[in-house]
Structures are given as C-alpha cells and as structure tokens.
Design a protein around this ligand. Structure first.
Ligand SMILES: [Zn+2]
Length: 268
C-alpha cells in the first residue's frame, strides 16, 4: 500500500499534463500510448460487428455521418495541427437499440444507429454529438481515463471483469487495449464533460453548424430512454446547467458559424 502511495505521488509529480482548457490531468499513459492501444481496441471492437454486416451498411446514413464528421475533423486539425498525423476514422454501427457515439484516442470514432433513430438529430445537432466526441480525444480524455483506471485497483478490477466478459473473451486484447476499450465505456468526469462541451461547440461552429443546436441536442437526448437511459448519457454525465451554459456560449460562437469561408471536409 505504501508503495502504491509513493508511486502515485511520484506519478502526480511526473505524469501530469495540462488540458487544452488549462486543467491539470493525470497521465500514466502517454497520449501516444493511448493512441496505439486505441487502434488495437478499435479493430477488435469493430471486427465482430463487421463480420455480422453491422458496419456502414446504409450508404445514405454513412455519407451523412462522414460529411459532418469530416468537416469537424478539418477544424480539429486546423486548431491542433499535430492531429493531422492521426489515423481518423468514423464507422456507423447498425444497432437500433444503442443510443451512443464515441471517439477513442487518435480519432477512432463510431456512432450507433440507435442514436440516429431515437434522438433524430438534425445535421446541426449531429455535428454537436461528433464535435463533443472529437473534443474528448483532442483533450486526451481517453489517456486520462486509462490512467485513472490503471491507477486505481477498482479500475484494474473492472478491466479484469471486462476481460472475462464474453464480448472480449478470446479477443486477446493487451492490457492497454483493454483499458482503451474500457475508457470509452466509463463515465467522463463532469469537468471533462464541460471541457468537451466548450471545445465541441467551437469546432462545430467553425465547421458551419449552428451553435444553438448544442443545447437542443441535449434536450432531445434527455427525452430519450424510458426505462433505461441512453448509454450516451451514462458515459457523458451532465455538468450542472449544461444546456444553460451551452446557450450562453452560443452567441460567442456565432462569428465562427456565420463566417462564410469554405468549410473543408477531411476525406474519410
Ligand atoms: Zn462527453
């Protein structure tokens, strides 16, 4: 136990970085390690779905998601040039019951058809979903969550449970890839949520999407569910006054949104 405390103190000295909004982050896993692990996690997550024909099987939906996401990625690269080297990707997973979307470290994304069918987002609202997800990756939230998981015995126990889960059994995931998979399934902190909201609405406005759609998206999301809340809401807990904060941010985003310069689309 003492060794663990010593380790954590050492880690807190040596492994903290600062997020794009100026917050201190615990980083046991470097962003590069998180990207490598996420690549493996992404392949392993998608493979069984692809085998069942559940990936990108509606060309109209796929085209819509790729166009919106491609515009957001162009803006992400503009603001964070190092992400030009990322192997960006987005896949539409055909599962009408799952209301979810995520972006792993390094820009590996997925959105489930349940989110499209149940939330029925407009293009502006869908851009807010993907912009928010991209922001989590830009702010290294995957690496941060992997670090938190690895630093806590609870987290490691959860990873071990995930390893025994039928979904992952036989998948031969490395510990780090398992932590990367787990990271997109565990809730973000409310602080990380606020950060992703703030960065996401800006990316979306710069990509040509109405900033007022950020608040209406979360309004719609909150109305979906019934007996069980959408996965998206459990992994993205609401910071207090989320919609009100987003509405307050919107006027400052209008100049980006109204700027009629070209909206480049990153090819996906
Ligand atoms: Zn989030």
């Amino acid at each position: 136990m003492t060794r663990l405390v010593t380790l954590l103190i050492l880690v807190s000295i040596t492994a903290c970085t600062t997020s794009p909004t100026g917050r201190s982050q615990l980083m046991l896993v470097s962003p590069e390690e998180a990207i490598t692990a996420s690549k493996q996690a992404y392949t392993q997550t998608l493979k069984p779905l692809s085998d069942k024909g559940k990936i990108d099987n509606d060309p109209v939906v796929t085209r819509r998601v790729k166009l919106i996401t491609g515009r957001l990625i162009s803006q992400a690269i503009e603001k964070f040039p190092h992400t030009r080297r990322w192997d960006w990707s987005v896949k539409v997973i055909d599962d009408p019951e799952v209301v979810n979307a995520w972006c792993m470290a390094g820009g590996k994304m997925a959105i489930y058809t349940g989110l499209l069918h149940k939330v029925k987002p407009t293009d502006d609202e869908l851009a807010q979903v993907m912009g928010h997800e991209i922001a989590h990756a830009l702010a290294n939230h995957t690496a941060e969550k992997m670090s938190v998981a690895m630093a806590s015995q609870l987290g490691m126990a959860a990873i071990a449970v995930a390893a025994n889960d039928s979904e992952y059994r036989g998948a031969a995931l490395t510990g780090a890839a398992l932590a990367a998979t787990y990271a997109v399934q565990m809730p973000n902190s409310r602080t990380a949520e606020r950060e992703a909201d703030q960065m996401g609405i800006e990316l979306a406005a710069k990509a040509g999407y109405d900033p007022y759609a950020a608040a209406t998206l979360w309004d719609k999301m909150a109305k979906v569910g019934g007996s069980s809340p959408p996965e998206f809401l459990s992994t993205h807990p609401s910071p207090g006054n989320r919609q009100a904060t987003l509405r307050q941010l919107a006027p400052n985003m209008m100049p980006y949104y109204k700027n009629r310069k070209g909206r480049p689309v990153y090819p996906l």
